[in-house]
Design a protein around this ligand. Structure first.
Ligand code: DGL
Length: 283
């Protein structure tokens, strides 16, 4: 049995920057009584165009900080690139800590596609990872996956550069549509980077209404609930065994410019203007 203090501890969530805020929003909807500590590692981003060793080292650094300074009871990797590079090693490093990762939603996309052609937009590092390749070969052979590394897009979203977001999105959607491997028949698009889930309006306009976009924030939130339930680590109110609702407390930190995370919190997180980001020095 975990001690009550453990169940009252916060859940740690991290991404290379603001991308994980979509996951955090889903977590807060799924688990409104839980406390969260979010870190955007913007001072060491983008992850998707760095080598695996860098992403692994940063993920360990963030996990260590969340465990030692915030005593988190669970860890959510709200970053596909970090999950691919580091989830296995973090599970070895913290064998008792429930750890939930995020990966591109290939399986749901294969099930939803009627044309049998699915696009995957992700970082270069995610697409090159062993974890992604293993996931890809496990999909039904009747479905074709067309892959696109979207260099620069996460960084443009991070700095809220609307012009760059628009032009890079156009470039990558065009490249996918003209892909000789069936690009013209794409009817489902997997957003395999949490940053891209923040620009579904832009991407949705470019793809058009016939194409469905899939991201994994909500499934990750549901999985987090299951994992906490299994470990008996949900707050009593989350379990429904207490009546007084506790308002969810979220603390946000950025290793880069906290003003960018602040702006993103206002734009994307249903959390009200009271949520402010603090600077975190974590070399
Ligand atoms: N948001 C991250 C992901 O889901 C990557 C962004 C980056 O390249 O830093 O993969």
């Amino acid at each position: 049995m975990p001690s009550p203090a453990a169940a009252n501890s916060p859940i740690g969530v991290f991404d290379s920057g603001i991308g994980g805020l979509g996951v955090l929003a889903a977590l807060r909807r799924e688990l409104p009584q839980e406390q969260f500590v979010y870190i955007g590692d913007a001072g060491h981003a983008p992850y998707g165009e760095r080598d695996t060793a860098h992403v692994l080292k940063r993920s360990q650094r963030l996990a260590d900080y969340l465990c030692t300074s915030h005593q988190v009871k669970a860890l959510v990797l709200a970053c596909n690139t970090a999950t691919a590079a580091a989830v296995a090693s973090l599970r070895e490093r913290y064998p008792k800590l429930p750890i939930v990762g995020i990966e591109p939603a290939l399986k749901p996309a294969a099930a939803k596609s009627t044309s049998g052609v699915v696009a995957v937009m992700a970082t270069r590092s995610t697409l090159a990872s062993d974890k992604f390749q293993t996931l890809l070969v496990a999909q039904p052979p009747s479905v074709r996956f067309v892959l696109q590394a979207c260099d620069g897009l996460a960084a443009a979203i991070e700095r809220a550069d609307l012009q760059a977001i628009e032009s890079l999105s156009q470039r990558y959607v065009q490249a996918l549509r003209h892909n000789p491997g069936g690009g013209a028949h794409i009817d489902t698009v997997v957003l395999g980077c949490t940053h891209y889930a923040l620009i579904t309006d832009t991407l949705g306009n470019l793809w058009g209404p016939q194409v469905q976009l899939l991201e994994a924030g909500q499934p990750v939130a549901r999985r987090t609930r299951q994992v906490l339930e299994a470990a008996d680590l949900l707050q009593a109110v989350s379990k429904g065994t207490a009546h007084a609702p506790v308002s969810s407390l979220t603390r946000c930190f950025s290793t880069g410019d906290p003003a960018l995370l602040d702006q993103a919190l206002q734009d994307w997180l249903v959390g009200g203007p009271s949520l402010r980001a603090s600077a975190l020095f974590l070399p």
